[in-house]
Write a protein that binds this ligand. Structure first.
Ligand code: FAD
Ligand code: 2HG
Ligand code: ZN
Length: 514
């Protein structure tokens, strides 16, 4: 029992070298017309087409602008497109035919998955055609011996996990948006999520992809091989390409064996400075059973409580806490894993200068889920509080707090830290991956706040030689900030690759590249 020292054994509810610039010979893109609509009606049934355009014989459409709104506006309601047409193909061949036509007609297309992206990549910037993958939602095959899963790109992450559960496997990726995001979207953003520490990045676990290229060619790389060293690994280019090089229609991924025993604990820390020594200690003591080490500061925890994300911890357990860490273990033997976790907690509490004030350990699956709900609910809590400016950055762990505090002070010095402008400056993220989510919660998105934040935040990241996008991508939000993390040579070669695959620039225009 840890009750002796605050830790509740119970669950407490309570560059340099310049390359000549490759000129893009892409002419201006065109908008889809009624003629295009008539063509798409030959490829897809009407149930798979949403368009406000009139038909060729001028019959007005019955589709309203409101019906297109969920496809034109992003999850944060920050980025707004004006597409007049959403196509929802059911097969790879249908995607290929649509894309081929768009390429010939020079019509811009936006590949769209669950539209949970946080950088404006999944919605049009103008009136491009949205190609939404939701109707491609079938598992193609699963081999329980190798663990290799092959699925349509539109399969929802959570549904894939439900499919795998009876086979004792899981997708090696988990994130708060799992109920809506699609595996094709995950691959296209190279999503990181809550257990990257354990399962590594999708660059490792994705074994193959099927991609419709901008000219309509189907690139079949849907390999089910663990090892394949036959030249250039083209699939890697599409992982994290954010739909700028082609449309991912199928994914082959190495599922992980479902852990036989899992546990989690939220630790309350008196000061941020303890996070790093705690991480070192936790890694050493839990070693192979450590599966997540997630950080959130007090201010964002309070927002989670305010907006009912998960059940609040007891007042005693949060008193004096400057920040929190959620530690998860996943292993194969409950007795062994619990013994390890208990030894760690005892050690943490018995030291002369404890790194933690207290901790709340889950005792059953419902409590386990409830502790995770606090962490997973932070994004939702922030969006319920106001309009979030999200900076998803890689910086040295020791700088997490400094970056949050410096940004807050900067906004204060600009007179913007007030109820009707910036309400909160909070930090949370994946300590194990060096990834901080700096969120500035405002009453509204305004040019004044944006001007105060940018390039200020990016310069701060540059100072630490960090990355302006650890996991959410560049989208439309950060094209102008790419150079803080990539030098000119890198950007130029990215541009060359883009031009090679997509010489007419139809694929997700305005995204990723400046
Ligand atoms: P979308 O948002 O639809 O698209 C994202 C990008 O991928 C766009 O550029 C789009 O054009 C492209 N794209 C989508 N599908 C395809 C396709 N089939 N082929 C080609 N391009 C495609 N992200 C993380 O990395 N880690 C997290 O922990 C995390 N947590 C989140 C929690 C919440 C509550 C929310 C709202 C978002 C979170 N995200 C997180 C961001 C987002 O969920 C991920 O980026 C996710 O991978 C996007 O998947 P999606 O299917 O919604 O893609
Ligand atoms: C997370 O880690 C997601 O919860 C979302 O990546 C981060 O809300 C954010 O800024
Ligand atoms: Zn994250």
């Amino acid at each position: 029992m840890y009750a002796t020292r605050h830790l509740a054994r119970r669950f407490a509810f309570s560059q340099t070298r310049r390359l000549s610039h490759v000129p893009s010979n892409a002419p201006a893109l065109k908008s889809a017309t009624s003629e295009d609509l008539a063509h798409f009606s030959k490829i897809l049934p009407q149930t798979c087409i949403l368009s406000t355009l009139p038909s060729l014989n001028n019959t007005p459409s019955t589709t309203t602008i409101e019906e297109l709104a969920p496809f034109n506006n992003d999850w944060m309601n920050k980025y707004h497109g004006k597409s007049e047409m959403v196509l929802r193909p059911r097969t790879t061949e249908e995607v290929a035919q649509i894309v081929k036509w768009c390429n010939e007609k020079r019509i811009g297309v936006v590949p769209q998955g669950g539209n949970t992206g946080l950088v404006g990549g999944s919605v049009p910037t103008k009136n491009e055609v949205v190609i939404n993958l939701a109707n491609m939602n079938k598992v193609r095959s699963f081999d329980p011996v190798s663990g290799i899963l092959v699925a349509d790109a539109g399969c929802i992450l959570e549904s894939l996990n439900e499919y795998l559960a009876p086979h004792n496997h899981i997708v090696p990726l988990d994130l708060g948006a799992k109920g809506s995001c699609q595996i094709g979207g995950n691959v296209s953003t190279n999503a990181g999520g809550l257990r990257l520490l354990r399962y590594g990045s999708l660059h490792g676990s994705v074994l193959g992809l099927e991609v419709v290229l901008p000219d309509g060619t189907i690139l079949n790389q849907l390999s089910s091989l663990r090892k394949d060293n036959t030249g250039y690994d083209l699939k890697q280019l599409f992982i994290g390409a954010e739909g700028t090089l082609g449309i991912v229609t199928g994914v082959s991924i190495l599922a992980a064996p479902a852990p036989q025993a899992t546990s989690n604990v939220i630790l309350a820390l008196p000061k941020f400075d303890n996070v790093l020594p705690l991480f070192t200690k936790v890694k050493r003591q839990l070693s192979e059973i450590l599966s997540a080490f997630e950080f959130f500061d007090r201010e964002v925890y309070d927002l989670a409580v305010k907006h009912n994300q998960g059940r609040a911890l007891n007042a005693d357990d949060v008193e004096g806490a400057e920040c929190f860490v959620l530690v998860e273990t996943s292993g194969g033997n409950r007795e062994h894993d619990e013994a390890k976790l208990n030894a760690l907690l005892e050690n943490l509490l018995e030291s002369d200068e404890p790194l933690i004030n207290t901790g709340v350990l889950s005792q059953n699956p419902a409590q386990f889920a409830s502790l995770w709900a606090i962490r997973e609910g932070l994004t939702e809590a922030v969006s319920k509080e106001g309009k979030a400016y999200k900076y998803d950055i890689s910086i040295p762990l020791k700088a997490f707090k400094e970056v949050v505090d410096t940004t807050r002070e900067h906004l204060r010095s600009q007179g913007l830290l007030r109820h009707d402008a910036v309400k909160n400056v909070v930090g949370y993220g994946h300590v194990g991956d060096g990834n901080l989510h700096l969120n500035i919660v405002a009453a509204a998105y305004t040019p004044e706040i944006e001007a105060a934040l940018e390039p200020f935040v990016y310069e701060l990241v540059g100072k630490y030689k960090g990355s302006v996008s650890a996991e959410h991508g560049i989208g439309v939000m950060k094209t102008h900030a790419l150079h803080y993390s990539k030098d000119e040579v890198n950007i130029e070669w990215m541009r060359r690759i883009k031009n090679l695959f997509d010489p007419h620039g139809i694929m997700n225009p305005g995204k990723v590249l400046p």
